[in-house]
Design a protein around this ligand. Structure first.
Ligand code: 3ON
Ligand code: FE
Length: 494
C-alpha cells in the first residue's frame, strides 16, 4: 500500500502533553448563531445543512475534575452552512443533573466512568443512581434533536435554539428510564424509505436487546415502524452495532461486570468492567423486520478476541456477513488512582481496524487487520451504510504503532489498503471526522469531511473542511470559543 501525505510532518509521533491536555477545558459560554469566517479557504456553496456534535463540555466544578472525560456533561455544538457562510451555536443539555449541579456549583452525582462525590468511598457507597449526562451523540428524529447517552433515555432538544425540552419517551415508545443507545444507524433506503435503526440494552446475567426502527422522512418522521426484543445469555456491553439490509450485528465482548466496587463507592460502574480471561466473544445477529429473515430468531457465532466499542460498517456477501470494527486488546479503563490528564499513553491499548467475515452456515470466521495504526471514529459514505464500501475515513494517531492521541485523518481504500493522510501534528488534535457526500454526486469519495481540530498552538478549536477524495484542505474556520474534544456528530442536510 502506498502512503500519500497531504501535509508534511516534522515530528513523527511527537506531541506536547500540555497541548493535548489543553483541549479538555470547561465551556463557559453559550452562543446563538454567531457568524464564522474562514481563517483560510472557502466554504463550498454546495455544503448546505447543519453539523451537530455532542461531547463533554464541563470537566471541573469547584476545583474537582471529572475522573474521565466521558463523565463530562453533554454540550451540543451546531455549525450551520448556507450559501458559503457558517454560523455557530452551542448549548449544554439541561439534564436534571446539570441543572442541580450548576446551581450547587459542585458535583452532586457520581459519574459512570469514575467521578465520585467528594468524601471518599463512604460518601459514594450505595448511591447506585446513573447520571444521564446526554453527552455521546446528537441526531435529528422528526422535528426534534435527540441528545443521547446509552444507559438511559434520550433528551429532546429544539433543533434551532438547542433548548432542552426534557427526557423524551419518543411518543410512548420508551418506558421511563429505559436505555436507548447513543449509536443509531441510518439505513439510507435499502427498503424504500430511509430509516433510523437503533437499540436499547437491558443487561445482567441475561441481556435483552430491543431493536427499533423509526421513519425519518415525511409526515411519518419519528414514528416507530418496527420493534423486537431478544434475550441472550450473559452480560453485554454494547456501545455500537452495525446494519445491513437484512441484519443487525452486535458484538458481545468477552467481559465481566462486577458491580461490587461500584456499590461500595470505590469505583464508577464502567470501571467495574474487566476482560473475562479465556472468555469467548460472540456475534449476535438479529434479523431486521423488513428483511428476508424477518421473525426468525437471532444467530450466534464466535467472535475474535479483543474489545470493540465501534464498528465501521457491515454488508452481506452470499453466505457471509462482513463486519468491520475497531479492536482493542483489552477494555481500556482508567483506574481509580489514575488521573486522565497524566495517564501513561504507553500502557493504553490502541484501536486497530479489522474486517471479520462471518459464515452464516457455521463454517467459521475469517479476520483481517487493515493496519497497525491506532484509529477511532471510522465511517463510510453514509449512502453505503450496510453495503460494501470502498472507502473509509477515520481519526488516527500520528505514529504508526502503539497508542497515541488522535492527530491525523486517514482515508483508507478498503479494497487495496491504499491510504491518504492529513495531519494536524505536532500541535493539533482531531475529533471524529464526519463524511458529507456532495449532493447529487456519484463517486463514493466525492464530498467533504468535517473535522473539529484542537489547535494546541493557538489554544483554539477549529472546524476543518477537507475534500473527502484527497484530503486537501478546503477551509478552516476558527471558533470564537473553545470546544473540547467531543464524541459523536451527525449531519442534517438543508
Ligand atoms: O450495566 C451497565 C451497562 C451500561 C450501558 C454498565 C455500564 C454502567 C458500564 C453501562 C454504561 C455505559 C455507558 C454510559 C457508556 C458510555 C460511553 C461513552 C460516553 C463513550 C464511549 C466512547 C468510546 C471510545 C472508544 C472513544 C474514544 C475516544 C478517543 C480515542 C478520543 O479521545
Ligand atoms: Fe461511540
Amino acid at each position: 500500500p502506498s502512503t500519500v501525505s497531504a501535509t508534511s510532518i516534522d515530528r513523527p509521533g511527537g506531541f506536547d502533553r500540555d497541548d493535548w491536555a489543553s483541549g479538555y477545558c470547561n465551556v463557559e459560554q453559550e452562543l446563538n448563531a454567531v457568524s464564522l469566517r474562514p481563517l483560510r479557504g472557502q466554504i463550498p456553496a454546495e455544503l448546505q445543512g447543519s453539523h451537530y456534535r455532542n461531547g463533554p463540555g464541563r470537566f471541573e466544578r469547584d476545583g474537582q475534575w471529572v475522573h474521565h472525560p466521558f463523565d463530562g456533561d453533554g454540550m451540543i455544538t451546531a455549525v450551520r452552512f448556507s450559501d458559503s457562510k457558517a454560523t455557530l451555536s452551542n448549548r449544554f443539555v439541561r439534564t436534571k443533573y446539570w441543572q442541580e449541579e450548576e446551581k450547587a456549583g459542585r458535583f452532586l452525582y457520581r459519574g459512570v466512568f469514575g467521578t465520585q462525590k467528594r468524601g471518599g468511598a463512604k460518601a459514594n457507597a450505595f448511591d447506585v443512581r446513573f447520571k444521564n449526562i446526554a453527552n455521546t451523540q446528537v441526531v435529528q428524529l422528526g422535528d426534534q434533536l435527540l441528545a443521547l447517552w446509552e444507559a438511559a433515555g434520550p433528551h429532546a432538544l429544539d433543533p434551532v435554539s438547542l433548548e432542552t425540552h426534557g427526557l423524551s419517551s419518543l411518543n410512548g415508545v420508551l418506558k421511563p428510564g429505559e436505555a436507548f443507545s447513543a449509536h443509531p444507524r441510518f439505513d439510507p433506503g435499502h427498503h424504500g424509505e430511509p430509516r433510523m435503526v437503533t437499540f436499547g440494552v437491558n443487561t445482567g446475567p441475561t441481556s435483552k436487546v430491543r431493536l427499533m426502527e423509526f421513519a425519518t422522512q415525511g409526515p411519518d418522521a419519528g414514528r416507530l415502524i418496527s420493534d423486537r426484543t431478544d434475550s441472550f445469555k450473559g452480560f453485554a456491553f454494547l456501545h455500537d452495532f452495525a446494519i445491513t439490509p437484512n441484519w443487525t450485528l452486535f458484538l458481545q465482548n468477552a467481559i465481566n461486570f462486577n458491580p461490587l466496587p461500584f456499590v461500595l463507592g470505590q469505583k464508577g460502574a464502567a470501571q467495574c468492567l474487566t476482560s473475562k480471561p479465556g472468555g469467548q466473544a460472540k456475534f449476535w445477529l438479529i434479523p431486521r423486520d423488513c428483511g428476508t429473515f424477518a421473525g426468525q430468531p437471532p444467530r450466534i457465532f464466535d467472535a475474535p478476541d479483543g474489545f470493540v466499542f465501534h464498528h465501521l460498517n457491515a454488508w452481506e456477501e452470499g453466505d457471509e456477513l462482513v463486519l468491520e470494527s475497531i479492536y482493542y486488546n483489552d477494555y481500556p479503563s482508567i483506574d481509580p488512582g489514575e488521573d486522565f490528564l497524566s495517564m501513561d499513553f504507553d500502557f493504553f491499548p490502541e484501536g486497530r481496524l479489522e474486517q471479520c467475515r462471518i459464515n452464516l452456515l457455521g463454517k467459521g470466521i475469517e479476520t483481517k487487520r487493515f493496519s497497525e495504526r491506532c484509529c477511532e471514529f471510522a465511517m463510510v459514505n453514509p449512502r453505503r451504510e450496510g453495503l460494501s464500501a470502498r472507502y473509509a475515513w477515520m481519526a488516527v494517531a500520528e505514529r504508526e504503532t502503539g497508542y497515541a492521541p488522535l492527530q491525523a485523518i486517514k482515508k483508507l481504500d478498503l479494497s487495496n489498503g491504499d491510504q491518504c493522510l492529513w495531519s494536524a501534528a505536532p500541535r493539533g488534535f482531531v475529533s471524529e471526522p464526519l463524511m458529507v457526500p456532495r449532493p447529487g454526486s456519484e463517486a463514493e469519495d466525492d464530498g467533504w469531511l468535517l473535522v473539529f481540530v484542537w489547535n494546541g498552538e493557538r489554544r483554539a478549536s477549529q472546524l476543518l473542511i477537507l475534500n473527502a477524495n484527497d484530503l486537501s484542505e478546503q477551509a478552516v474556520l476558527e471558533m470564537p470559543i473553545t470546544i473540547p474534544y467531543g464524541l459523536h456528530g451527525s449531519w442534517v442536510a438543508a
